[in-house]
Design a protein around this ligand. Structure first.
Ligand code: PLP
Length: 463
């Protein structure tokens, strides 16, 4: 009898599951129809007020049918995302392809011996300080060639915690740190650990594209708050508060900013922390460009001691991009989860690399030299740009300038292709970072004469 009952219930579950799929299909057909109408009327695929009304409906239905609201929101966000994808007809991914093709073409031209000026790269042309290279060779020769615990060597975790204590006067315990394969993997692990299926994550555009990709990879939903050059790239806090809803789990800031070069001042940072705290959000602060700050800088570590993930890296500061070592700081539980995830994927940062990183933390003077060099290059780039029809926020930090070209209907994707093909200069079109078709990102990772020559050639093409 009970076996029969079990079979009957299983059959009913199959029937209901099939019914849900049928309903999802009907919903997608409706969305396609809506998409067609919107295209005819030239309307945006996303409509925040419509999404808000849907949320209300789902929250009420969850209450009525005694369903966990988080589950309801997760299902709704998946449906919304699917609907938006349908309406844009894969346009989002084609943007990525265009960029990939552009950078691929630049590499191909390099291979053919053409002297391409690379203003697109986010990687400095200097290497690590001598002492770091030596410490790494020594560790390698001495047989430090093994796995380490996933969170990293105790000596490096202690050195990182000590460095943060010295810099910010904050009490960071080594157990609150994890050494990762570059800062990028720290961001990926944090998002994979914290963001669940259908959760929303606030990002501020223009944004480094990896945030969006990691959030989507985790099954989450990036919610972009657009910032503007006219506002010196400061976010509109009212728009931010409006975008937060029960599904919002995390907010990501990049400070100093890639691509804007913006440093958030203390007042703004405090407000962001306050909004995150009031709404129970985890604040992920990507501070990989910290030591390339040309004006006073406050770290998230100085403003809060809970619900945050701090990310930093050895790549940019110490010229160690190819070492692949970065780190995160958070509460011990989050760090343990990130370490578990690192252990099932890449195990750990190689042991000898971690020994090199310990040495890097002692190289503040060299890092300061790199910072001066980047500041000079940015200054030279700005002077050159001033002769062109552009406007921009003078970088407060990072390697980057993000100018807007003041030419009617300027299309940075078409321009970037033309610039590469006709003038041998590669830049990143603004559309890589959000809806910024009139902008381009230039980096100061190469020597001044080349930077100046690259910008001059841009000027030739702009006429
Ligand atoms: N965060 C930002 C904003 C970046 O631009 C980069 C690199 O381009 C990273 C993090 C990660 O760098 P890495 O993985 O080399 O530490």
């Amino acid at each position: 009898m009970s076996e029969e009952e079990l079979e009957r219930l299983r059959k009913e579950v199959r029937r209901i599951t099939a019914e849900i799929i049928r309903l999802v299909g009907s919903r997608l057909n409706l969305i396609k129809e809506i998409g067609r109408i919107k295209r005819r009327l030239d309307l945006q695929p996303t409509a925040p007020e419509v999404e808000e009304a849907l949320r209300e409906t789902v929250l009420n239905a969850c209450e009525k049918h005694d369903i966990d609201k988080n589950l309801g929101m997760a299902i709704l966000n998946l449906l919304i995302r699917e609907g938006v994808e349908l309406q844009i007809g894969g346009e989002g991914s084609s943007k990525g392809t265009i960029l990939y093709e552009l950078f691929g073409e630049a590499k191909k031209l390099d291979g053919l011996g053409k002297k391409i000026i690379h203003l697109e790269v986010g990687e400095p042309n200097y290497g690590p300080p001598e002492k770091v290279a030596e410490a790494t060779y020594r560790a390698l020769a001495a047989g430090y060639t093994h796995y380490t615990t996933s969170a990293g060597l105790p000596v490096l975790r202690k050195a990182v915690a000590g460095d943060l204590q010295d810099t910010y006067g904050m009490d960071v315990k080594p157990e609150q740190t994890i050494m990762t394969i570059g800062g990028k993997y720290a961001i990926y692990l944090a998002i994979k650990t914290i963001v669940g299926l259908g959760d929303e994550v606030i990002i501020f555009e223009p944004a480094w594209p990896v945030y969006r990709l990691c959030i989507e990879e985790a099954g989450g939903y990036p919610v972009a708050i657009r910032t503007r050059l006219e506002d010196a790239w400061s976010p509109d806090l009212e728009a931010l508060e409006e975008a937060i809803n029960p599904s919002t789990k995390m907010m990501i800031i990049c400070n100093p900013g890639n691509p804007t070069g913006k440093i958030y001042d203390e007042g703004l940072l405090r407000k962001l922390v306050e909004i995150a705290t009031e709404n129970g959000l985890i604040l992920l602060s990507d501070e990989v460009y910290t030591l390339l700050s040309f004006k006073p800088f406050k770290s998230i570590l100085e403003l809060t001691d809970r619900d945050f993930v701090y990310v930093n890296s050895f790549s940019k500061t110490y010229g160690m991009t190819g070492f692949r070592v970065g780190y995160a700081v958070s509460d011990e539980q989050t760090i343990r989860k990130m370490a578990n995830m690192q252990s099932i994927s890449v195990t750990s940062v190689p042991e000898f690399i971690q020994h090199g990183a310990v040495e890097a933390l002692k190289c503040k003077e060299e890092a300061d030299g790199y910072k001066k060099l980047i500041a000079e290059r940015l200054e030279a780039a700005c002077r050159e740009l001033d002769g062109l029809p552009t406007r921009y926020h003078r970088p407060d930090g990072s390697f980057y300038i993000f100018p807007e070209v003041e030419v009617d209907g300027f299309d940075s994707v078409a321009f970037s292709w033309k610039l590469l093909k006709e003038k041998g200069v590669c830049v990143v079109p603004g559309t890589a970072f959000g809806d910024y078709p009139a902008f381009m990102r230039l980096s100061a990772c190469i020597d001044i004469p080349l930077i100046k020559e690259g910008i001059r050639r841009m000027g030739d093409l702009l006429g």
